[in-house]
Design a protein around this ligand. Structure first.
Ligand code: MF3
Ligand code: CO
Length: 249
């Protein structure tokens, strides 16, 4: 069942989204060669606790950390660790905060130092995919049309869209209905309704869309070892258009 949120509930969701956004703003300032994803984990954990929020991923299905930290060919759900980041790394940090009972969820991709032109392009196109999806997240539009546009944008640049990890409704729970992937067929799928709050979180790969999961049960990697990028926002669908609850740029 899709839980539609009233305008006042969407207002109530704003602080959780804003807190995740504030974390991303701080990460953007600190990320450089030599910093580790563990440093980022500690920063986020501190920021969430100081704000009276819960790091929702800690303990979620056995996950242990306040962030997912996915470097280069890791698509998602990587564990933060003490390895220093290197010049040219592509790092995705995913944060889920629960504040006053409401959840905000946003992953952002950061370049460390100077990126290769290919990594730079992958990041740019993936961010464009995010905003193409958000622009089309309008009352009455179909998910198939929106996600077809997102998919085609990635593919038109020679990249592929991950198909095995889904976006989701979000509210009091992290994973609510609807669920969808960032690949779509025009004219198909549910229509966006006023009061839906969902994530849009395209994961775009340089090579194949296929992925593997490590023996740890979490770390999702590209099957060919090539790069992957992701940008994710929590978005509220309103009669005035989509509102990005986790906006920070
Ligand atoms: N943004 C991720 C999601 O949409 C957050 C889950 S991370 C997990 O599912 F590790 F806790 F699962
Ligand atoms: Co999510």
């Amino acid at each position: 069942m899709v839980t539609l949120k009233s305008p006042s509930e969407i207002e109530q969701m704003k602080p959780a989204g804003a807190l995740v956004a504030a974390c991303h703003r701080e990460i953007a300032k600190m990320i450089r060669p030599g910093v580790s994803t563990w440093d980022i984990e500690e920063l986020v954990d501190d920021m969430l606790h100081s704000a009276g929020a819960r790091a929702y991923t800690k303990g979620y299905k056995g996950y242990k950390y306040a962030t997912c930290a996915s470097v280069n060919e890791v698509i998602a759900h990587g564990f933060p660790n003490r390895t220093p980041l290197k010049n040219g790394d592509l790092v995705k940090i995913d944060i889920v905060a629960q504040l006053d009972g409401w959840i905000g969820d946003s992953a952002w991709c950061y370049g460390v130092g100077e990126l290769s032109p290919e990594a730079e392009k992958l990041m740019r196109v993936t961010k464009e995919c995010l905003y193409i999806g958000i622009e089309r997240a309008v009352v009455g539009n179909r998910i198939g049309d929106a996600m077809h546009a997102v998919q085609k944008h990635a593919e038109s640049h020679g990249f592929s869209m991950v198909r095995d990890l889904a976006a989701h409704g979000v509210g009091r729970e992290l994973h609510e209905e609807p669920n969808f992937i960032h690949v779509g067929t025009p004219g198909k799928g549910f229509r966006f309704k006023e009061g839906m709050v969902l994530t849009i979180e395209p994961m775009v790969n340089e090579g194949t869309w296929r992925m593997t999961i490590d023996a740890d049960g979490w770390t999702a990697r590209t099957a060919d070892g090539k790069l992957s990028a992701q940008f994710e926002h929590t978005v509220a669908i309103t009669s005035d258009g989509p509102i990005i609850l986790t906006a920070h740029e």
